[in-house]
Design a protein around this ligand. Structure first.
Ligand code: DC
Length: 235
C-alpha cells in the first residue's frame, strides 16, 4: 500500500473498449485509491432518459432532460461480493441495465449535452477533491482534472476493441453480435471525438498507449509502473 501522503490523481481517457475501466479499477485497488467510472454516470443519465421516454430513435427532449437533472441522484455503492462499486440511480441499482447495448446506442448523444456534462463534472470533481482517485472517461485529463499528476490516453484498433467488448458482454450473459458492437464502437468514437463540448482528445501532457497488441496484464503492469514512478517522483 502507498503512503496516503503521496496520493495523486490519475486520469485515464481514451476510446471505448480499450480496457480503461479494468485497468483503472485494478490500479485503484492496488494503490488503495478510489475508482470512479465516469462513463457509468453518463450511462445512468441515459437510462433515466430512456426510462422517462425522453429519447428514442426519432426524438430527444433535451430541454426536459436538462430541467429534470436536479432530480437525478447518482451514487456508487461498493459491492463487497463483486469487488467493485455499482451504480445506483435514485436508489435503484442499475449496474446491469446501464451496460446493455441499448444504453450504448444512446449514451454518446446524451453525453453531447453541455448541462449534463456540467452536472456530472461537478460531482466527479467533488469525488476527487482529496486526490487518491483513479477516474476513467473521455474528458478526465482535459476537463475534470486538468491538473492530474498522471494522465493516460488509451487507444487500440477498432476491430480488436469490438472483439474484446463482444467477449466481455458474452461473459456477462448479454447476447449480441460482432457487427452490432463494431458499428457501435465506431459510431461512439465518431460522436465522442467530434462533439463541441469536451470532445475526446489527447491532451499534450497525457501519455499515449496503444493497447492493440498487448493483453490486460501487460497493460496493467505498464500503467502501474507509471503510477509508481510518478508517485516517487513527486516525493
Ligand atoms: O466509458 P463508457 O464506454 O462506459 O462511456 C459511455 C459513453 O459516455 C461514451 O461513449 C461517451 C460518454 N462519456 C463521456 O462523454 N465522458 C466521460 N468522461 C465518460 C463517458
Amino acid at each position: 500500500m502507498i503512503n496516503p501522503l503521496n496520493k495523486i490523481t490519475i486520469a485515464i481517457d481514451g476510446f471505448s473498449s480499450t480496457g480503461k475501466s479494468t485497468v483503472a479499477k485494478q490500479l485503484a485497488q492496488k494503490l488503495g485509491y478510489i475508482y470512479v467510472d465516469s462513463g457509468a454516470m453518463y450511462r445512468a443519465i441515459t437510462f433515466f432518459a430512456l426510462q422517462n421516454k425522453l429519447i428514442d430513435e426519432t426524438h430527444f427532449e433535451r430541454e426536459t432532460l436538462i430541467r429534470l437533472l436536479p432530480t437525478i441522484h447518482l451514487r456508487f455503492k461498493f459491492n463487497k461480493k463483486l469487488g467493485f462499486a455499482e451504480m445506483f440511480l435514485n436508489d435503484q441499482n442499475v449496474e446491469t441495465e446501464i451496460r446493455s447495448m441499448h444504453i450504448s446506442a444512446f449514451v454518446s448523444e446524451i453525453a453531447t449535452v453541455e448541462e449534463v456534462r456540467a452536472y456530472l463534472v461537478d460531482i466527479q470533481r467533488a469525488m476527487g477533491k482529496n486526490k487518491g482517485v483513479v477516474m476513467d472517461g473521455r474528458d478526465i485529463g482535459s476537463v475534470v482534472f486538468p491538473d492530474a499528476e498522471l494522465k493516460l490516453f488509451l487507444m487500440a484498433d477498432a476491430k480488436v476493441r469490438a472483439e474484446r467488448r463482444l467477449l466481455e458482454l458474452e461473459q456477462k450473459g448479454i447476447q449480441t453480435d460482432f457487427e452490432s458492437i463494431y458499428e457501435n464502437v465506431v459510431e461512439r468514437d465518431r460522436i465522442d471525438s467530434t462533439r463541441l463540448i469536451s470532445p475526446l482528445t489527447k491532451v499534450a501532457d497525457a501519455v499515449e498507449l496503444d493497447v492493440t497488441h498487448i493483453d490486460k496484464t501487460q497493460q496493467f503492469n505498464i500503467i502501474y509502473k507509471m503510477a509508481l514512478d510518478k508517485i516517487k517522483e513527486l516525493n
